[in-house]
Design a protein around this ligand. Structure first.
Ligand SMILES: O=P(O)(O)OC[C@H](O)CO
Length: 464
């Protein structure tokens, strides 16, 4: 079978054509514009994303099936009659609704955690959809005329491309509106946020079938992180992956019951037709690749090749610490007021020390996620990682040593696409070879770990 696996992510839209045996080729990859209309706001042009999906699929040529991954919590409003978007996509990184959520108070947050497993953070779609209704006249007008559709980007793409106004259970679990126990939209959460339930898409299994596109069925639709979890081959409770993209996202399979956890989040890993939903625990670092991009623009390094190896003891062990809280701190802190912190330099500190501190800071925030995951639900001794930063041998070794776990890097770079193809029925087992393995050594001490924790405490609440 030949499947076009489309990864519509935060920064680009990619299409890989994957065949049985896991043989994959990148057909096309197109970057799209990031719009920052005001501080803390991040938007995408929905028509640009749609056009990019069409273009990368065209480049892929004829296939027997299509599978699409979406960028998670990013969402928008559109007109049911014309299909026209009524506002740009509000991207998952966008924090414009922080105040509104704070005003909802602690009792509301406790209900949100109980019903959908998520805190009241602007990261999730619910408050973004509410913002659209309250602040965009075209959206409230469409609502009063019964023409409004609200959804994550997948529902918009599928509606426009295949005439199928649907989302899947895994993506729905990222909105803050899903009743995790029932697997359906929660009336209580919709009322809490002021999101009209009747404007939301129907919820399907990830392989529920989403209509036809260019003569091929869209067999699979799912969040990119969950697709990557599947692509890493994680199936059993404790199997864990971390993807280092714009942010860093840890997911660990937890089984068929909602995991009882604190700090990290229960989420749906996937739900295949005729099978029970599989749960995962999830934790994110808002800025991973994004922090590295910032470090590059600040002149800490010029080329990623410079980040593969460093001499001598870590920056952290020498007291030079970077906390990459450019967008605040996500799990387990949920602190949008945290700010980036770079501390511990002296007259001898070099540009290279700073670049190294940035890498180590990203790794240390991720170690915090691993520790939390291990505390609450269990994480195996081996963790599989992917994404841009995973290619730095220094980073992977540091992560292994700091987390006290074996870190493996698969040979296949495109794990999201691999997961999509597998969910669509392509046999990819042969494509899942491990390229590199990093065993923990004693280069990161308990004192180093405590030092980083102290730096995080200093970074918190700065933007108050
Ligand atoms: O598009 P990515 O790869 O940056 O992933 C986005 C995440 O799903 C956001 O939660």
């Amino acid at each position: 079978m030949r499947v076009a696996a489309v990864d519509q992510g935060t920064t680009s839209t990619r299409c890989l054509v994957v065949e049985d045996g896991g043989k994959a080729r990148v057909a096309a990859s197109i970057r799209h514009a990031q719009h920052h209309p005001a501080p803390g706001r991040v938007e995408h042009d929905p028509e640009e994303l749609l056009q990019n999906i069409r273009s990368v699929l065209d480049a892929g040529g004829p296939v027997e099936a299509i599978a699409i991954a979406n960028q998670g919590e990013s969402c928008l409003a559109w007109d049911a009659k014309t299909g026209k978007a009524l506002h740009p996509v509000i991207v998952w990184q966008d924090a414009r609704t922080a105040r509104e959520l704070e005003a909802l108070g602690a009792a509301a947050e406790a209900r949100s955690k109980a019903v959908c497993g998520l805190p009241l953070d602007p990261y999730f779609s619910a408050s973004k959809m509410a913002w659209l209704l309250k602040n965009v006249p075209a959206v409230s007008e469409a609502h009063s005329q019964g023409r409004l559709r609200l959804g994550t980007t997948d529902a918009f793409f599928l509606d426009r491309l295949c005439g199928s106004f649907r989302t899947d259970l895994a993506t729905a679990s990222r909105t803050g509106l899903l009743d995790l126990a029932k697997g359906s939209w929660s009336t209580e959460m919709c009322e809490l946020h002021g999101v009209p339930l009747e404007c939301l898409p129907e919820i399907a299994a990830v392989d529920g079938g989403f209509g036809m596109l260019g003569g091929a069925p869209v067999k699979v639709s799912i969040v990119d992180q969950q697709a990557a979890l599947y692509g890493h081959g994680c199936r059993m409770p404790g199997d864990c992956k971390i993807t280092f993209g714009t942010g860093a996202f840890l997911l660990a399979v937890s089984g068929n019951e909602r995991p009882a956890i604190e700090g990290l989040l229960p989420t749906i890993a996937w739900k295949e037709q005729g099978k029970p939903a599989v749960f995962a625990i999830e934790g994110g670092v808002y800025d991973a690749g994004a922090a590295l991009e910032w470090a590059r623009s600040a002149g800490f390094f010029a080329d990623v090749g410079e980040l593969d190896a460093f001499d001598g003891p870590s920056a952290l062990s020498r007291g030079i610490v970077f906390v990459p809280a450019l967008s605040g701190l996500a799990a387990p802190y949920w602190d949008r007021e945290a700010a980036p912190l770079l501390i511990g330099m002296d007259h001898a500190t070099s540009r290279r020390d700073l670049a190294r501190a940035v890498l180590e800071g990203i790794a240390m925030l991720t170690v915090g996620l691993i520790d939390e995951a291990a505390r609450s639900a269990g994480v195996g001794k081996t963790i599989s990682i992917d994404g841009g930063i995973s290619q730095s041998a220094y980073f992977a070794q540091f992560l292994a040593s700091a987390s006290r776990r074996t870190i493996v890097v698969p040979a296949m770079f495109e794990l999201t696409a691999l997961g999509l193809a597998e969910l669509a029925g392509v046999d990819c087992a042969a494509g899942r070879a491990i390229a590199r393995t990093f065993q923990p050594d004693n280069s990161v001490s308990d004192a180093d770990r405590r030092r980083f924790t102290r730096a995080v405490e200093r970074a918190r609440g700065w933007r108050e």
